[in-house]
Design a protein around this ligand. Structure first.
Ligand code: CS2
Ligand code: MG
Length: 403
C-alpha cells in the first residue's frame, strides 16, 4: 500500500483544526489531527514543506519505520511542532492500517481491555451557584467524573471558565492574544472554598478534578494539595509549570492529593523522571501532541511499570480525529485512568463525521474500520482559518506569569 498523496487542510468549524490527509494507491484515505492551538500554521508549514514530500511513494503499512524516519531522521528531535506533525502522520497511518484490515484501531492494539472509557467533563461558573448548576447538569447527564473551575472573585476573567453558552474558553481575539490578570493569593483562597462547596453540595459519589493551569510555585502547589486532601480529589492538574519535573518532588513530599500533568509534553523524555520516580499519578500526554498512537503507547507502557495511569488531554482544540485516536488507545491499554472530554463546538460535525459515542459518562470509539472519523474537505472549505490565540496571563503588577 503506497502513499500517493499527503496534504494538509486548515479549517475553522467552530475553532481552528489542522488535518493531514494521506491517500494510497489502494484507494484508502487516512486522516490525522495536526492542530497546535495558537501555533497552527507552524505545523502546517512543517508538514507541507518537510514531511508530505517525504511520504509520497512510501509503504503506508510501515508505521514504526516511518515514525523513526521522521523522528530520528530529522536530527532535530522533539518539540511541540515536530511531535504534532509526526503524530498526525502516525494517526493517519493507523487509520489506514485499520481500514486495510477492516478493523477498528483498538482491535489492532490488542482489543478492548474495558467496556468503555470513563471520561471527565467540564463544569464551570461565574460564581459558585452557577458552578453548582453546571455540576448538577453534568451529573444528570450521567458523568461520573467532573472537572470544576469557577471565576476567581476580584479578577476580570478566569481561564477555564467560558462565557455563558459558549463551548470554548479561549476568547476569539483575532490577531492578538487577550491579556488576563492573575492573583495567586486570591486563587488559593478561592480554590479551597470552591472545592469544599462542591463536596458539601453534591457529596462524594463522583470523581472531582481541578485544573491549576501551571500557575503555582512548588510550595504553593503543596499548600493547595494539602488544603484539598479532605475532599478526595481524583486529581489536581498542572499545579506548576510542567517543564520543571523536579518541582513535583516538593509537591509530593507534602501532599497525598493525586497529581496529573502532561498536556504540554510532547515526548517520553518529558515524562521520564515524573514516572520513574513516581512523582505523579496520572500522565496527560495527548495522542496528537506527543507523536501519535505509536509514541503515546510507549509513554503509557512506561507509566504502567510505575503504577501511573493515563488521563489524556481531550480539550476542544484537539480535533475529533484526535479524540477518536485517543479512545482507541484508552480502550486497549491496561493502565487507563480517565479521558478528558470537552466535546466539539458546532459546526465541527459538518466537517468531521464520527463513529465514537459518549453515553453515561463513558466513551466508546465505535467499530468502524480505522479511527472511525471521516473528514469532509468540501465542508471544511466553507470554514476558513481564522488566527486565534490563547490568552496571555499577567500578575496584578503587569509581570507575565506562568500558565
Ligand atoms: C486545558 C486545555 O483541557 C485542559 O485541561 O488545560 O484547555 C488547554 O488549556 C488547551 O487545550 C490549550 O490549547
Ligand atoms: Mg489542562
Amino acid at each position: 500500500m503506497r502513499i500517493t498523496d499527503a496534504r494538509v487542510v486548515v479549517c475553522s468549524p467552530g475553532r481552528n483544526y489542522v488535518t493531514l490527509i494521506i491517500e494510497t494507491d489502494e484507494g484508502l484515505v487516512g486522516i490525522g489531527d495536526a492542530t497546535l492551538n495558537g501555533r497552527e500554521m507552524a505545523v502546517v508549514a512543517y508538514l507541507r514543506e518537510h514531511v508530505c514530500p517525504l511520504l509520497v511513494g512510501r509503504d503506508a503499512r510501515r508505521i514504526e519505520d516511518i515514525w523513526q524516519y521522521l523522528y530520528k531522521g530529522a536530527y532535530w528531535r522533539r518539540g511541540p511542532v515536530t511531535m504534532t506533525a509526526i503524530a498526525a502522520v502516525d494517526v493517519a497511518l493507523w487509520d489506514l492500517k485499520g481500514k486495510a484490515a477492516d478493523m477498528p484501531v483498538y482491535q489492532l492494539l490488542g482489543g478492548a481491555a474495558r467496556d468503555g472509557v470513563m471520561v471527565y467533563t467540564h463544569a464551570s461558573g461565574e460564581d459558585l451557584a452557577a458552578l453548582h448548576r453546571d455540576v448538577q447538569e453534568n451529573l444528570d447527564l450521567g458523568y461520573r467524573a467532573v472537572r470544576v473551575q469557577a471565576s476567581i472573585p476580584g479578577l476580570a476573567s478566569t481561564y477555564g471558565v467560558p462565557s455563558a453558552g459558549d463551548a470554548v474558553y479561549e476568547p476569539a481575539s483575532g490577531n492578538r492574544p487577550q491579556e488576563d490578570r492573575w492573583d495567586t493569593a486570591a486563587y488559593l483562597d478561592f480554590a479551597a472554598e470552591m472545592i469544599s462547596s462542591v463536596r458539601e453540595e453534591f457529596g462524594y459519589g463522583f470523581h472531582l478534578l481541578h485544573d491549576v493551569h501551571h500557575r503555582l510555585s512548588p510550595i504553593e502547589a503543596a499548600h493547595l494539595g494539602k488544603a484539598l486532601e479532605p475532599y478526595r480529589m481524583f486529581w489536581i492538574e498542572d499545579p506548576t509549570p510542567a517543564e520543571d519535573q523536579s518541582a513535583f518532588r516538593t509537591i509530593r513530599q507534602h501532599t497525598t492529593t493525586p497529581l496529573a500533568v502532561g498536556e504540554v509534553f510532547n515526548s517520553i523524555w518529558d515524562c521520564q523522571h515524573l514516572i520513574t520516580e513516581r512523582l505523579i499519578d496520572y500522565i496527560r500526554t495527548s495522542v496528537s501532541h506527543a507523536g501519535g498512537i505509536t509514541h503515546l503507547r510507549r509513554i503509557f507502557a512506561l507509566a504502567d511499570l510505575y503504577g501511573v495511569r493515563s488521563g489524556s488531554h481531550g480539550a476542544g482544540d484537539l480535533s475529533p480525529a484526535s479524540f477518536a485516536a485517543a479512545l482507541h488507545v484508552d480502550m486497549s491499554i491496561p493502565n487507563f485512568g480517565v479521558q478528558e472530554y470537552m466535546g466539539h463546538r458546532s459546526p465541527a460535525e459538518e466537517v468531521f463525521d464520527v463513529s465514537y459515542s459518549v453515553v453515561d459518562g463513558h466513551a466508546h470509539p465505535g467499530d468502524a474500520p480505522g479511527i472511525g472519523v471521516t473528514f469532509d474537505e468540501e465542508a471544511a472549505a466553507r470554514h476558513p482559518y481564522e488566527p486565534r490565540y490563547l490568552p496571555i496571563n499577567r500578575r496584578l503588577d503587569g509581570t507575565v506569569h506562568d500558565w
